[in-house]
Design a protein around this ligand. Structure first.
Ligand code: F6P
Length: 366
């Protein structure tokens, strides 16, 4: 792996949870590298796991044809394989081991001059650590959660918002027909971007996000006030990471072998039970889950992913190293990879969409 020497062969990998638009990036990287610069492209299988196990193969131009609109990743992904703290068997259990030297060896063995990591905060933390070891690494920001620090938007987010908004629109009919409170729980980890955008887009009456802790009684009062005005139903968009004032987010499970072990979820059922008791109104909870990560990327994500994939190769060709491509002030740009490593971007309490939603009388449960 070379400092500023000319790049002849690059490898691309997709890390963390899958996300609509991954294939669009792989396609743009591969086509730009081959046709513009004569750079060879290899694909690493199953994220960092494939890098650890030396599973990688050449990608030809034709291999990335017809994948622009396809969800998931043709390379496979893994959100359990941090090369700097990899779980290896030890007795009846496992212990963490730094296997990053094996990864560096596998890159050198296959004469890879630069590694392009498409991923979120966890992937960027590992990517940045590889850069410190002398590997030439570039990052492309992916996540439906839109929570990667340093970029205004990640690809995948808009598709997830479309899916969540569609679900919120659809529960409207049952809510109004049965005079119910319908609660839709969306993903997002510790950030409320999906709940905020999908909730605002479909006119949810209540939006609950981790950044603005809620009070059960405030939500109940709001629902009752709507009922008194003749609005006998309410729609709630709740982020999986939303939490009550002074309380914690609801944990669905803990995956011991994952670098990011906590899986949030279950708040919608708790809300439904509490609100039914407090308001006397019938409540139902829907958890959207991985539906939000699935399916074809929306046109916005296809085009954003294509620009990211093209830009990252252009940067490499121009001699830039260890950068994360980002959207800054609405424009394509890049920042040093280490700046974004392991950092997340949450919703500011005074975000313009929070203010606009409040102005149209949306409750944030406070
Ligand atoms: O980061 C993407 C995401 O879908 C989160 O919104 C969610 O909390 C998590 O991944 C779920 O992870 P898993 O696929 O391991 O259940």
């Amino acid at each position: 792996m070379a400092g500023k020497k000319r790049i002849k062969r690059i490898a691309v990998m997709t890390g963390g949870g899958d996300c609509p638009g991954l294939n669009a990036v792989i396609r743009a990287v591969t086509k730009t590298a081959i046709s513009r610069y004569g750079i060879e492209v290899w694909g690493i299988e199953d994220g960092f796991l494939g890098l650890i196990e030396g599973r990688m193969h050449p990608l030809q131009y034709e291999d990335v044809s017809n994948i622009l609109t396809v969800g998931g990743t043709i390379l496979g992904s893994c959100n359990k394989s941090n090369p700097f703290a990899f779980h290896v068997s030890a007795g009846k259990g496992t212990r963490k081991k730094d296997v990053s030297d094996i990864c560096v060896h596998n890159l050198e063995h296959n004469r890879i001059d630069a590694l392009i990591c498409i991923g979120g905060d966890g992937t960027m933390a590992s990517a940045s650590a590889f850069a410190k070891k002398g590997v030439t690494v570039m990052g492309v920001p992916k996540t439906i959660d839109n929570d990667l620090w340093g970029t205004e938007v990640t690809f995948g987010f808009n598709t997830a918002v479309n899916t969540a908004a569609d679900a919120l629109d659809k529960v409207h009919t049952t809510a109004s027909s049965h005079h119910r409170v319908m609660i839709v729980e969306v993903m997002g980890r510790y950030a409320g971007w999906i709940a905020l955008y999908a909730g605002a887009a479909s006119g949810a009456d209540v939006i609950l996000i981790p950044e603005i802790p809620y009070r059960f009684d405030a939500i109940a009062e709001y629902i009752q006030a709507r009922s008194k005005k003749g609005k006998r139903f309410s729609i709630i968009a709740v982020a999986e990471g939303a939490k009550p004032e002074g309380g914690q987010a609801f944990v669905a499970k803990i995956l011991k072998d994952s670098p990011d072990p906590i899986r949030l979820g279950g708040i919608s059922a708790v809300l439904a039970e509490q609100l039914e008791t407090l308001t006397g109104q019938s409540c139902r909870a829907v958890i959207l889950g991985h539906v939000q990560r699935g399916g074809s990327p929306c046109p916005y994500d296809r085009t954003l992913a294509t620009q990211f994939g093209h830009h990252v190769v252009e940067l490499l060709a121009k001699g830039k190293r260890n950068r994360l491509v980002v959207i800054k002030n609405g424009q394509l740009d890049s920042i040093p990879l280490h700046q974004a490593a392991g950092r997340i971007k949450t919703v500011p309490k005074n975000h313009p969409l929070v203010l606009a939603a409040k102005a149209v009388n949306t409750s944030f449960g406070v």
